[in-house]
Design a protein around this ligand. Structure first.
Ligand SMILES: Nc1ncnc2c1ncn2[C@@H]1O[C@H](COP(=O)(O)OP(=O)(O)OP(=O)(O)O)[C@@H](O)[C@H]1O
Ligand SMILES: [Mg+2]
Length: 269
């Protein structure tokens, strides 16, 4: 029986007593009967799981991942999955690590191995591999975000982040997400990297390690300066103490191979 249509007060002026009596009856019947109110039924969700709050949450997290890739204008990487990677992009290492992260998240425990280091030469397929990891992680319900290191540093400057994000919100989201893909670690930096860049980088990485939140790093740099080479090492930015903390709980997935972007014939110009 419908409590809302039966003996509902007429439209227009009504005595207060009639209205409150009606409301009491509606409440006694646990609320209005929506089917009697002419409200069209909600469309059935495609996965039929609206009762489970984790489903819309997982969907929202997946969108946050996609938005972070779109903010970086890296949409082409959204298509990559482990199955698309070559052996030299270490898909099995990445898959095994992701399994361990999902398990740890379920148990609300600290992952046994916190970091994935993916060094390799230019164009070897590091970003594609790291984004395959991110795509699969986001689909498995981890709150995953992508950012290039240099972009993070830019966004940490006042009024520089997109979507009206404040600088503190930028830090908060990249420190707090379940898995961060930090692409091009120490890229576009040189030995004269500013104090700001150094401080912000150390703060982000240190905060994620302390909170037990996993991070995947890609970089064109070596960890340390090689004898006879002028090229900077990651240690020159992070410092020995933080680098060794980072390495102490890390898988190493070196991405080897030629530059995939190189034209077969070098351009003559
Ligand atoms: N397994 C793959 N199959 C097909 N194309 C791939 C694969 N991996 C990477 N690519 C393509 O190769 C190109 C280079 O890959 P990617 O951008 O991942 O390299 P990178 O190591 O991140 O380069 P950089 O050092 O410049 O950041 C991209 O256009 C990417 O789409
Ligand atoms: Mg890259």
């Amino acid at each position: 029986m419908s409590v809302t249509t039966h003996a509902a007060p007429a439209r227009g002026m009504n005595a207060l007593g009639d209205l409150s009596e009606h409301i009491v009856r509606v409440l006694q019947n646990n609320g209005a009967d929506i089917s009697q109110l002419g409200v069209p039924p909600q469309p059935e969700p495609q996965d039929g799981l609206w009762e489970d709050v984790s489903v819309p949450q997982a969907r929202a997290r997946l969108n946050m991942w996609r938005n972070s890739i779109e903010d970086a204008a890296q949409n082409e990487y959204l298509a990559f999955r482990f199955s698309h990677l070559d052996d030299n992009q270490k898909p099995n290492t990445l898959r095994g690590w992701l399994d361990s992260l999902v398990e740890a998240k379920k148990l609300d425990a600290r992952p046994t191995v916190l970091n994935m280091l993916m060094p390799g030469p230019i164009g070897s397929g590091k970003s594609a591999a790291a984004c395959a990891l991110g795509n699969e992680a986001a689909e498995r319900g981890l709150w995953t975000l992508y950012v290039k290191h240099a972009t993070y540093l830019t966004w940490r400057r006042p009024d520089s982040a997109p979507h009206n994000m404040k600088a503190w919100e930028v830090r908060k989201r990249f420190v707090e997400c379940d898995l961060l893909v930090l692409d091009e670690l120490c890229g576009e930096m040189d030995v004269t990297a500013t104090e700001f860049a150094r401080r912000e980088t150390i703060d982000l990485i240190d905060a994620r390690i302390s909170a037990g939140r996993p991070t995947a790093y890609t970089t064109n740099l070596r960890s340390r300066r090689q004898p006879g080479s002028q090229a900077m090492g990651v240690v020159d930015i992070l410092g020995e103490r933080l680098l060794s903390r980072l390495e102490s709980s890390a898988h190493l997935a070196k991405i080897v191979g030629p530059d995939r972007r190189k034209p077969a014939q070098p351009l003559d110009w």
